[in-house]
Design a binder for this molecule. Structure first.
Ligand code: IMP
Ligand code: MG
Length: 182
């Protein structure tokens, strides 16, 4: 796997330090509010488990899976729910936990959908944000973000290319020839 990485963007240590800070901050903000923490599978899974272990307040866990890029590196703008929540979020505070915001289509869609189900509040916690890639007309408030990243395709710590590299403990930039040749 390492051979396909052009360079390390965020080391394991940098990620762990920042995620612990984010967990502490969210725990402070949600003290006494018993939030539902929604993990967006599969990309956010590493971030989610580390983040939640850094939160010292009661929370509920739930999971959603939405359509991903598949084997390409560009968003289609369409969002398909592949796995829905198991618990009700009506009258609950919700924090959506995502790996990366790119065009912003996924989270714009999900935020609207969860609001329509009667959530008391919805905030977004994303590990990475690529603001340079936001689609025209999309304005998204990223309440908690770990790192701003440049407009490059990144993998590792949950993020994949064609289902690979998710288990790298760091985040790296994929060599362009890896996806150009596939
Ligand atoms: P958006 O709807 O365009 O904001 O897309 C968000 C989703 O695209 C994320 O949940 C990722 O699955 C995927 N994605 C966007 N950029 C990258 C990247 O650099 N590496 C891996 N996945 C990415
Ligand atoms: Mg994803």
């Amino acid at each position: 796997m390492q051979n396909d990485i052009a360079r390390v963007l965020l080391s394991e240590e940098q990620i762990q330090t920042r995620v612990r800070e984010m967990g502490a901050q969210i725990a402070r903000d949600y003290e006494g509010r018993d939030p539902v923490m929604v993990c967006i599978l599969k990309g956010a899974v590493m971030f989610y488990t580390d983040l939640l272990r850094a939160m010292s307040i009661p929370v509920a866990l739930d999971f959603m899976a939405v359509s991903s890029y598949g084997k390409t590196t560009k968003s289609s703008g369409e969002v398909e729910i592949r796995k829905d929540l198991a618990i009700s979020i009506e009258n609950r505070h919700v924090v959506i936990v995502e790996d990366i915001i790119d065009s912003g289509f996924t989270l714009t869609y999900l935020t609207r959908m969860l609001r329509a189900r009667g959530a008391l509040s919805i905030r977004i916690a994303t590990l990475l944000d690529k603001p340079a890639r936001r689609a025209p007309g999309i304005t998204l408030k990223t309440d908690y973000f770990g790192f701003i990243v440049p407009d490059e395709f990144v993998v590792g710590y949950g993020l994949d290319y064609a289902e690979r590299y998710r288990n790298l403990p760091y985040i790296g930039v994929l060599k362009p020839e890896v996806y150009e040749n596939s």
